[in-house]
Design a protein around this ligand. Structure first.
Ligand code: ZN
Length: 88
């Protein structure tokens, strides 16, 4: 099971809103999150008032048995599918 918390964010426009911030992502349990992570959209909040996007600078743990990467995953890191890097 993935783990997330609700954080209160303040947009530069003055809007205060809450957003779900993931601390731990297990794509074996929550496969729909894989695309979000790999697209760099996890922990990116959109202000409901002005639409501004803000990336939350919070590292999270990414758990996927099919992907080789560092346990502490940041949005800038690239991960390779094991099947692509090491066929067989
Ligand atoms: Zn805003």
């Amino acid at each position: 099971m993935s783990r997330s918390t609700n954080r209160t964010l303040t947009c530069p426009c003055g809007e205060v809103f809450t957003s779900e911030i993931y601390e731990y992502v297990n794509v074996a349990k929550d496969p729909q999150l894989q695309y979000t992570v790999l697209a760099g959209l996890l922990n990116v909040s959109t202000c409901p008032s002005c639409g501004r996007r803000a990336a939350i600078a919070r590292p999270f743990i990414y758990s996927d048995p099919a992907i080789t990467c560092s346990p502490t995953f940041t949005r800038a890191m690239m991960c390779l599918k094991r099947s692509a890097a090491d066929p067989g």
